[in-house]
Ligand binder design. Structure first.
Ligand code: HEC
Ligand code: HEC
Length: 478
């Protein structure tokens, strides 16, 4: 069984192949992001306030249960095969029954044909252990999407046939996932470990759905073919920031009903829009739960004199984009233009240029809880609560720690970490790493690759070392 256990290990990351939003089209549907009079003054041209949109209310407790036990993905590996291949994991979420033996990022669900299967849940990408502490909502920064898993997917199929037979309900219950993975696996490979291809996944799967009925289309009808699918790497934003945000995603493109936007993760195995409507109802609860998440507290002492100095520096140099914190804090929800932020433009450019199905006219854009995508020309200046815990930094995870984020001359071009989540650098505030001379190995972050650049956000460069250290001390308090 050892051989299987090994290949299983490599198969895992594939299982998290859900999607974030359906289509990533060019969909400038409303003008609500237009600058207000006040902000059209030239000194404010670099930033645009994103207005809030109304959200559905929900029950956080039900939302949590659905998040970690719900059947939003209804195809997976038969539970008996799964249990043979993996020893029981720590019951991190204190779940009951057959869920108790599963690691937190797996859920056992009953497929429509009655077979009990194991599949991945949202925590595959949205939870991580840091310095030995499990943090729900922290983006998984160790995930490995660098390999094409096609052969593993087929191997699992053979095992199911061996165990249950080719016409078994167990094999039927695996089929959807199997077929979808064969299709998408080669299209979502990243160049380095630790970054996420979720945006691509959304795009690829979106092309295979009828926009209105959401039924699967084996061959996309769209006339326009992507010249070449570019896999754009992103980090995973922490979910405790959600309650402050007026738009989802790094580019601020996710507008309107958030629950509708995030339920799109179920589109991997979803049957049609009738099923989507059922799942959608639960996501108002999921959203309500996510809005209860709090940023993790800095686990060590804080030098309060230094932090107070840092607060002032922050107010002068950073608050105009990132807002203020504490009891009277205000988060302004600014989108910062590319020519000001100057970080890697690939993600932003891609989102504004992809001309595909129109999300606005799809099932997602209809009805009382409509969602829409409004790619802007830049990136959101995120809230910085719990920022110490969310390394690596920038939307593509190209900068290993906060010290080098705030001093761009020190940023490593090629850097390697060991992906051990206890290898945290309490001085630099981020992952311990070693500089390398070149890339070419998936464990080395190569900032010279397209989409992986570590340029821009040079707002900390002119600080004195003392000011920089003070700001870092202050960031620990957020
Ligand atoms: C394959 C990994 C993956 C899975 C699985 C996944 N997500 Fe995400 N999620 C991401 C990434 C990456 C982003 C950021 C994308 C971007 O901004 O371009 C994201 C963004 C989000 C956001 C927006 C956060 C923000 O601040 O903008 C929410 C909310 C969210 N995901 C919730 C969920 C929920 C709920 C599920 C399960 C139904 C889920 N995700 C499944 C990777 C994943
Ligand atoms: C002109 C607006 C602006 C100013 C000024 C600014 N930032 Fe930012 N900041 C941004 C934007 C936009 C991003 C996201 C960029 C990206 O991901 O590509 C960001 C990202 C960050 C991040 C990384 C967030 C993450 O999750 O990866 C940190 C930390 C940060 N800023 C701290 C600061 C500090 C400290 C200062 C002051 C010294 C500062 N910023 C000044 C706009 C600004």
């Amino acid at each position: 069984m050892n051989k299987f256990r090994n290949s299983w290990k490599y198969h895992q990351p594939l299982m998290l192949a859900f999607l974030i939003a359906l289509f990533i089209p060019f969909a400038q549907v409303t003008s609500s992001a237009a600058p207000s009079l006040n902000e059209s003054k030239s000194k404010n041209r670099y930033r645009t306030r994103i207005p809030a949109s109304e959200q559905r209310s929900g029950d956080p407790q039900k939302g949590y249960k659905y998040l970690v036990e719900g059947d939003y993905i209804v195809s997976g590996i038969p539970i008996d095969l799964f249990s043979m291949a993996r020893s029981p994991a720590k019951n991190q979420l204190k779940r009951k029954g057959d869920q108790a033996a599963l690691a937190y990022h797996y859920t056992a669900v009953t497929a429509p044909n009655g077979a009990r299967v194991v599949t991945s849940n949202c925590l595959r990408c949205h939870a991580q252990t840091l310095n030995g502490k499990f943090i729900l909502g922290l983006g998984n920064s160790t995930v490995d999407f660098t390999a094409d898993r096609t052969s593993t997917v087929s191997m699992v199929d053979k095992m199911i046939i061996g165990m249950h037979g080719s016409d078994s309900p167990q094999r039927q219950a695996y089929k959807t996932l199997h077929d979808r993975f064969l299709l998408i696996s080669p299209l979502i490979q990243t160049k380095v470990r630790g970054v996420n291809p979720a945006d691509n996944l959304a795009f690829v799967l979106g092309r295979h759905r009828n926009p209105e009925t959401l039924e699967w289309i084996e061959k996309p009808t769209t006339t326009e073919k992507p010249k070449k699918i570019v896999v754009i790497p992103t980090d995973v934003p922490p979910l405790w920031l959600l309650k402050k945000k007026n738009a989802l995603y790094y580019t601020g493109s996710g507008r309107g009903d958030f629950a509708r936007l995030i339920m799109a993760s179920s589109l991997l195995t979803l049957k049609d829009s009738t099923e989507a409507a059922e799942i959608d109802k639960n996501f108002a609860d999921v959203l309500a739960f996510l809005e209860t998440l709090e940023a993790p507290k800095w686990p060590k002492e804080i030098d309060s004199t230094k932090a107070l100095k840092g607060k002032q520096v922050f107010k002068d140099e950073c608050a105009r984009c990132h807002g203020t914190y504490g009891p009277d804090g205000e988060f302004p929800n600014y989108m910062i233009k590319l020519d000001t932020i100057k970080t890697d433009p690939t993600l932003s450019n891609w989102q504004t240029s992809v001309d595909s199905h129109t999300y606005a006219n799809s099932w997602f854009g209809k009805g009382p809880y409509a969602a829409r995508l409004e790619p802007g020309n830049g990136y959101i200046a995120p809230p910085l609560d719990g920022i110490w815990a969310t390394a690596p930094y920038l939307h593509n995870g190209s900068v290993p720690d906060i010290l080098t984020l705030l001093n761009s001359k020190l940023r490593p071009r090629f850097w390697q970490r060991n992906f051990n989540t206890s290898d945290y650098d309490f001085k630099m505030l981020g992952w311990r790493y070693e500089k390398r001379e070149a890339g070419g190995n998936t464990n080395i972050y190569d900032t010279t690759l397209p989409g992986y650049g570590n340029q821009g956000h040079t707002f900390g460069d002119d600080l004195s070392e003392e000011e920089r250290q003070a700001v870092m001390e202050y960031l620990k308090t957020l």
